[in-house]
Design a protein around this ligand. Structure first.
Ligand SMILES: [Cu+2]
Length: 144
């Protein structure tokens, strides 16, 4: 008995009405959802402090930054103190490497837009070059 009613009802209703009802249901649930979602954003938001801390750390080391551009290290010569980190940013249009002449560090290929960082724990003068373009040379002087 119920079956007969349902069948006849579904036959009378055009398919688009059912679709419409689904859309409306989706919409109404969608409008309700954002609030809980916004609240649950507190989850990702708790991740924000972490990234903020990371960027703060990056900012602290930003003073010791070398930009790679136009097939050159800029600045080619940089002085830092023991324990400090140098960050190379590849702002060029092709990959490069930051490779110590003495092999003490090697970035491997640094893709365009990527960075490489190296912390210097010993005083001294460290010459480096790009493995792909040997004419690219730089020096990091580490003061005690
Ligand atoms: Cu290069």
């Amino acid at each position: 008995m119920n079956r007969t009613r349902r069948v006849s009802a579904s036959r009378r209703l055009p398919a688009w009405i059912g679709a419409m009802a689904l859309v409306l249901a989706a919409c109404s649930s969608a409008t309700t959802t954002p609030l809980p979602t916004a609240v649950s954003t507190a989850g990702p938001a708790s991740g924000a402090p972490a990234s903020a801390g990371a960027s703060a750390a990056a900012a602290g080391a930003a003073a010791n930054a070398v930009t790679i551009k136009n097939f050159a290290f800029n600045a080619a010569s940089l002085s830092v103190k023991v324990g400090q980190t140098v960050i190379w940013t590849n702002a060029d249009t092709t990959p490069h490497t930051v490779t110590a002449d003495d092999g003490s560090f090697d970035s491997g290929h640094v893709a365009v837009g990527s960075t490489f960082q190296q912390t210097f724990t010993k005083a001294g003068t460290f010459a480096y070059h790009c493995n792909i373009h040997p004419s690219m040379k730089g020096t990091i002087t580490v003061d005690a």
